[in-house]
Design a binder for this molecule. Structure first.
Ligand code: NAD
Length: 377
């Protein structure tokens, strides 16, 4: 199988789809890998390192696309990302399939096979292919560093000759993959950490990273939906949640929000009034910024001040850690390819396998993924 690795074109996208280590593994499985020149530069992987791992470096995107039977990239969500693929080629990447499902009809009609990593099912067997978890892990970690850099206070308690400094209080809203990593990171920096999630199962996980679960007087028995994700809460639930959350927020120095519902706009957990009630100098990092934001005042990609509170809405946060982000993404892709390639290194799409059935969006002229078909219907 001939595999091509594209240089990313989205502004600020510093990741690369495969690292040299993945290239040498795939070469061992009988694949020939081509890399667009400079594809790994921003992530710290040179052309020379790819060559040493067995890849061929190609100078132009046209050459790369002509060569690859499978074309890999990180960000394939742009309208033009897969525009140059030809009938029979396979494109794999992050495609924001639930946000942009309309584009798949045309891709199917052009005979292009697409696999969207966001659709990898949340089952144990697919954990090693789960790029969303990789991204969330990095985002949770980096959110804490961003908050620490903005905050006017230290995170740890310090006993100094100039007196004792109290630790920061950090509150994590949404204790999924990103939230738990944020809680663990804030804890490592010495903060006093509390966390809240709508899923009852999150309580144990919050305790396991050394944080304190915040309990609200709400019925959350129906909060966990398919695949361990949160189900969408109704307006009355969210209103009661906000009522009780105001008092918790008023005590915090740092708030990191990560609450999301797959394929839906993020729930607003922090209203403008709740921001008004927060301590002066408090910092909110809203990791749901790109999906509408958990704070009503968040603006994606911006840092702003409101009522003495700094609100950060970081966009594509994983791309700010491109080396490790590429290492994780590359390993996720490598594991997916291991599932898709047979012993002779040829692509075999077994639609009986739920990972294949859910992740392949278009194939042989059709939109196959049930989640996308439902949205297009
Ligand atoms: P996510 O990014 O969709 O959401 C982040 C968190 O926000 C979730 O924990 C969710 O419960 C929470 N949330 C949603 N609405 C909320 C609200 N109104 N108030 C407070 N919190 C709210 O989810 P995620 O972090 O990607 O994963 C969620 C779950 O899936 C976790 O239990 C995780 O362990 C599990 N998971 C399983 C696999 C696997 O088995 N392959 C992979 C990844 C995640």
């Amino acid at each position: 199988m001939r595999i091509s690795i594209m240089r990313e074109r989205s502004p600020g996208e510093a990741r690369v789809a495969l690292t040299p280590a993945n290239v040498s593994t795939l070469a061992g499985l009988g694949c020939q890998v081509c890399v667009e020149t400079g594809a790994g530069d921003a992530a710290g992987f040179s052309n020379a390192a790819y060559r040493e791992a067995g890849a061929e470096i190609l100078e132009t995107r046209t050459q790369l696309l002509e060569r690859g039977e499978i074309v890999l990239c990180v960000d394939a969500s742009r309208e033009d990302s897969l525009a140059d693929l030809q009938d029979g080629q396979v494109g794999i990447g992050l495609m924001d399939p639930l946000g942009h499902c309309e584009r798949f009809t045309a891709l199917a009609e052009r005979g292009i096979t697409t696999l969207a990593l966001e659709l990898v099912p949340r089952i144990s067997r697919a954990q090693s292919m789960d790029a969303l978890s990789s991204i969330a892990t990095l985002a949770g970690y980096k959110a804490v560093l961003l908050a620490a850099a903005q905050a006017p206070r230290l995170f740890p308690m310090m006993m100094t000759a100039a007196g004792t400094l109290n630790p920061s209080r950090v509150f994590i809203m949404g204790a999924g993959v990103a939230g738990l990593q944020a809680a663990a990171t804030a804890k490592r920096l010495g903060a006093v950490v509390e966390a809240y999630d709508v899923r009852p199962a999150a309580r144990e996980q919050i305790l396991s990273v050394g944080a304190k679960p915040v309990e609200l007087d709400l019925d959350t028995s129906a909060a966990e939906g398919k695949g361990g994700y949160a189900s969408e809460q109704d307006d009355a639930f969210l209103a009661r949640q906000r009522e009780q959350m105001g008092a918790v927020l008023a005590q915090q120095d740092v708030v990191i929000t990560t609450a999301a519902i797959p394929g839906a706009t993020a729930p607003v957990l922090i209203t403008e009034d709740m921001v008004k009630g927060m301590k002066p100098g408090a910092v909110i990092v809203d990791l749901a910024a790109e999906r509408g934001g958990n704070c009503a005042l968040t603006r994606a990609g911006e840092t702003l001040q409101a009522y003495g509170v700094t609100i950060l809405g970081p966009a594509n946060i994983a791309a700010t850690l491109p080396h490790h982000a590429s290492q994780m993404y590359g390993r996720n892709l490598e594991n997916l390819l291991r599932l898709l390639l047979d012993d002779d290194g040829r692509l075999q799409l077994d639609f009986e396998d739920e990972i294949v059935a859910e992740t392949v969006v278009t194939h042989a002229g059709e939109v196959r993924a049930a989640r996308i078909r439902e949205r297009l219907a």
